[in-house]
Ligand binder design. Sequence first.
Ligand code: HEC
Length: 360
Amino acid sequence: MWSRSKLGTQFIVLLLIVFLVGSAIAGGALSRVLQLRAEAQVAAEGYLLMNSIRAARYYTDLQVRPVLEAQLGSDDFLPEIVPAYAARRTFEEIQASDDRYQAHTYKEAVWNPTNPNDQADEFETSLIQAFEASESTSESVPELFGFRTLPDRGRVFYTARPMRLENPSCLQCHSTPEAAPSEMLAIYGRENGFGWELNKIFGVQVVYAPAEEVFSASRRAFGIVMGLFFAVFAIALLALNGLLQPFVVRPIRQLARLSQRLAADEIQSPQDLDAPESEVLTKVSDRKDELGQLGRMFQDMLNEMLARQQRLRQQIRALKIEIDEQRKAREVEEIVETDYFQDLQKKAQQLRDRKQTDPD
Ligand code: HEC
């Protein structure tokens, strides 16, 4: 079946197989690479978001709080002096102004939070522990990202960075209840959000993005690259088919037809070639490639064959003449040997003898 199909078809089927296997392998690798790239991109966005929020935290702590506290009594408390409040408000503002972050959530997940909403869950605790562990090694990890499943949102993509207590001013509200403003204690109680230590990692900043965002980014890129890949292949296939027909398949077919005519003894001299045939032969023989070599060999063979036929015909002609002469000689001989001829000869002899004995 395969060996009976045409050269062009064989080429195209072979190429298609190569393409399918190649695109399966390349597509697998590509989708993996694009997935990683999309993850890194969403993580970078999350990192940027956390940076902005962190900046708002620092601004509140270093600039806003001292000004406000100077006007407040030592027991007074305003949410505006809390960096965590600034962080939450900043995130809400970003979300309100940029549609991209509509489905994102931001959390400051802490071991022992002031606001129970900020309690680190099991997974976030493991992130805090991972950051702590990386502290003790030489290269500390600046961020972690990946997928997790949230009970209320399903699969999400998280980006996390550690939170460290760097500023002693934080201890006012996070060391002991005694140091904290009593108005704050009235709202949040004396149990939670205390006992934090300076220069220790006490929680993580986490941004949760919908997992679909990562997938759709990588799917989009995959679609574009594979589309281009298919387009280039289709062009290559068409071009190959377009070149194969006039440059390979057709000349071979014409040479084959010529051989057929030769075999059928339809060509006995160069004049018997019709115009397209001799044109094809010279065109193919002029080529420098393998087909050109074949064409030249074919031409040599043709010339040799025609010359041999010519010689053969001459020999046959010579043979015919010889045979004719022999036949003539035999015919003469046959005539000479007939009784009639013998008799005639005898009579002629007698006539000659009589002439000699009787010469008048
Ligand atoms: C004036 C008191 C006060 C100061 C100073 C303060 N915090 Fe807080 N912090 C709070 C309160 C109150 C909350 C709870 C806010 C809320 O309702 O979410 C909080 C929440 C947090 C949270 C969120 C987790 C949680 O406990 O709910 C983090 C993280 C945090 N603070 C870190 C810091 C850091 C770091 C500093 C120093 C730069 C600091 N805080 C300074 C009062 C303070």
